[in-house]
Design a protein around this ligand. Structure first.
Ligand code: ZN
Length: 284
């Protein structure tokens, strides 16, 4: 290998590490660390004293490989990859991990993957080509709801039905005041709200979080956007209520989309708004 090649490889490694570092935020609480990889969606890596647990696996193989490289650099064994729900931006990348690490989710989400997973593959294959799977991921482990102990860390797993997706997980770490809710929460991003009935139920869930013990969690880790706090509950309720009021006007798809941008000019993720509009106006 020539010196030039070696230098190229070194500079490539540094540039990809730099890229990974830009995409990652880390929070610490005592011995616990949570590394968040902000790709198309967020993946959260929970680091305990001896092991790692990953929540969600990115949409593209490219991002999943970047994430895997970062996880390898942490230097502890990855014991499981948990899938929070069946949307492709959270599970398409799971195949990058599945030969070495068990994939875990609940029975309901496994069913959602089986029922809806292939449609995402069909719809996205032209766009993502080899950067995505050909098969729907088959989880290896059924994740039970309730209390778990991960290497001394108390984790409460909850599941919520009919909101952003059909079923979605929330992981609470009560000793640290951290709640990981994935796409139940979007921070300063357009919510992918696909069904008006589900949106109403989603608002109820968020209202309950604002009123019940969930409000005591200081740190809320979201599926899209930066790490947040309980203010994200009211932020997302406000958006969903505004969306419903706008939909009730009976405007066209394009007018509704423009109206939402006008009302929430500061939000990111206009591509996700377009997906949301397509789903609301052309339900499959
Ligand atoms: Zn998502």
């Amino acid at each position: 290998m020539s010196l030039k090649t070696v230098l190229f490889i070194i500079s490539f490694l540094f540039s990809s590490l730099a890229l990974a570092a830009e995409n990652i935020s880390v929070i610490s609480s005592g011995a616990l660390k949570i590394h968040t990889f902000h790709g198309i969606s967020n993946s959260h890596l929970i680091e305990t004293k001896n092991e790692l647990h990953l929540i969600d696996a990115q949409m593209t193989f490219k991002h999943a490989r970047q994430l895997k490289k970062y996880i390898d650099s942490v230097g502890k064994p990855l014991v499981q990859v948990i899938l929070s729900h069946n949307h492709p931006d959270h599970w398409f990348g799971a195949e990058i991990f599945s030969s070495q690490t068990p994939i875990a989710t609940t029975a309901n989400i496994t069913k959602d993957l089986k029922n809806g997973g292939y449609r995402y593959i069909k719809n996205l294959k032209k766009k993502l080509k080899d950067n995505m799977p050909d098969q729907v991921i088959k989880p290896d482990v059924e994740l039970n709801l309730g209390q778990h102990n991960w290497d001394g860390l108390k984790v409460i797993v909850e599941e919520y039905a009919e909101q952003e997706s059909h079923h979605s997980l929330v992981l609470k770490l009560p000793e640290h005041g951290i709640m990981i809710g994935q796409d139940l929460f979007y921070n300063e991003m357009f919510l992918v709200a696909s069904d008006r009935n589900r949106n109403k139920h989603w608002v109820e869930i968020l209202q309950n979080f604002s009123a019940n013990e969930a409000k005591h969690y200081k740190t809320i880790l979201v599926g899209h956007g930066k790490n947040s706090d309980p203010a994200v509950f009211t932020q997302d309720i406000k958006y969903l209520n505004a969306l419903e009021a706008t939909l009730a006007k009976g405007l066209t798809q394009q007018q509704t989309q423009q109206e939402m941008i006008k009302q929430f000019p500061e939000k990111g993720g206009k591509g996700m708004l377009a997906i949301s509009m397509r789903n609301l106006f052309n339900p499959h």
